[in-house]
Design a protein around this ligand. Structure first.
Ligand code: GLU
Length: 428
């Protein structure tokens, strides 16, 4: 059997769901491939004067429901297959939360940690130069994703405005507050997932004070989630970043972890310098160092993958001890792992629902950019809560009625909404 790719994994889930829906002839084919795939090599001058080129992509999966929307990631392994799968997930995600966008994704195959700030700016501006004809507030509106930041969004907006001689704050979202950003966008992915988890927990009559949580990833989504959960009474027992993690049965303090992450660059920084750890102090605090692999199978009630894709696989799905898996990352669970978790009665809240808070507040930012309004933190929080809970209700109802997993139900809700728009447009 050929090895699976991110896109083949997306297609596996998609075809399973399409089979369960009542579709007319030819409707399946509308989801087979992205509408457009743009690729270019972008070249910058490094600080030492040498030239370097990087593969860059923008995949526009579907715009039946509105302008293409989705982040841009900078990652050494970002390739066309991955970006294609993520673009498709964005199209489903925007439909699940019912915001007026399609789905797209961008990527640059670069390790940004190896670039200076000036080089990073050059890559970001070149990206916009490469794809400017395909971007714009009514065409395709990018945003941050893995390793891209508000500052990068600001450079991109500025480059676009220079190239098009326009004022276009709504051409990109996730901008800094000082340059057209929306209050609440930085915490939105975590906040949206938090609202969903709170809803689940209260429906299942559970008490957050008695629930243990493990979070893989301490970037934007993972770190904010740790704070929200800790403040709401959950016990965060495990946290990791790309260099490894820490586990404490009695609970970790995300504020302390964040402080050390800031100081040392790693969540294990309070106890370890590289591979050398202060064992005595760890014993005193009842903390253990764990690998990212181990972290996923720690005893807990809620497991939150908040880093990269493809981490819950058929190999470790049998060992997962959580009762809920809340996917703040995109594509963290393979279809084989999904089937195992379902059999084991572990509830997976899929990425297209769980992490849709980010793109939802992007929509709020886009709206504010177009109208010139500025919403308050309370307005953003309340509207986000409403959108997330409406989406949750639609997915839960579908799952119940058609006896589907939450992932299949979310895909079904998204696909049906996309089809409605495609039928109106006469694309069939
Ligand atoms: N990168 C985020 C996601 O995967 C946000 C996309 C957006 O705001 O457009 O959902």
């Amino acid at each position: 059997m050929p090895a699976s790719t991110p896109y083949s994994r997306f297609q596996d889930t998609l075809s399973a769901v399409l089979k369960e829906l009542d579709l007319a002839d030819g409707e399946n084919d509308l989801f087979a491939e992205p509408q457009k795939t743009h690729k270019k090599d972008i070249t910058i001058t490094r600080d030492d004067g040498s030239k370097e080129s990087y593969h860059a992509f923008r995949v526009q999966f579907n715009n039946a429901r509105g302008p293409y929307k989705g982040g841009i990631r900078y990652h050494a392994e970002a390739d066309e297959e991955e970006v294609k799968a993520l673009a498709a997930l964005m199209a489903i995600k925007t439909a699940v939360v019912g915001i007026p966008f399609g789905g797209a994704k961008g990527g640059v195959q670069v390790n940004p940690k190896e670039l200076t700030k000036r080089e990073l700016q050059a890559v970001s501006r070149e990206y916009v130069r490469a794809f400017k004809d395909h971007l714009g507030p009514d065409i395709d509106c990018p945003a941050p994703d893995v390793n891209t930041t508000p500052t990068i969004m600001a450079w991109m907006r500025d480059e676009y405005e220079q190239l098009t001689n326009s004022y276009s704050p709504a051409m990109i979202t996730g901008k800094p507050m000082s340059f057209g950003g929306s209050v609440g966008r930085d915490t939105a992915t975590a906040r949206g997932g938090f609202f969903i988890l709170q809803e689940l927990v209260s429906r299942d009559a559970l008490d957050p004070d008695e629930l243990k949580v493990v979070i893989q990833g301490f970037g934007n989504a993972g770190a904010h989630m740790a704070h929200f959960l800790h403040n709401a009474g959950y016990t965060v027992v495990g946290i990791s970043d790309s260099q490894g993690g820490v586990y404490a049965e009695e609970g970790l303090d995300p504020v302390r972890i964040e402080k050390y992450k800031h100081k040392t660059g790693s969540v294990t920084g309070e106890y370890c310098e590289g591979s050398v750890c202060d064992i005595e102090r760890m014993k005193l605090d009842n903390v253990r160092k764990v690998t990212n692999e181990e972290l996923l199978t720690l005893p807990c009630d809620v497991l939150i993958p908040a880093a990269l894709d493809n981490v819950i696989t058929k190999e470790n799905a049998k060992e997962i001890k959580a009762r809920y898996v809340l996917e703040l990352a995109n594509g963290p669970t393979t279809p084989e792992a999904d089937a195992i978790l379902e059999k084991r009665d572990i509830m997976v809240i899929p990425d297209v629902l769980a992490n849709a808070g980010g793109v939802t507040v992007s929509y709020f930012e886009w709206s504010q950019g177009r109208s010139g309004e500025q919403w308050t933190a309370e307005q953003v929080d309340e509207r986000l809560r409403r959108v997330m809970l409406d989406a949750f209700t639609a997915v839960r109802r579908k799952a119940r009625r058609q006896n589907m997993s939450f992932r299949h139900a979310a895909f079904a809700v998204g696909i049906e909404r996309m089809l409605d728009a495609m039928r109106v447009r006469g694309w069939l």
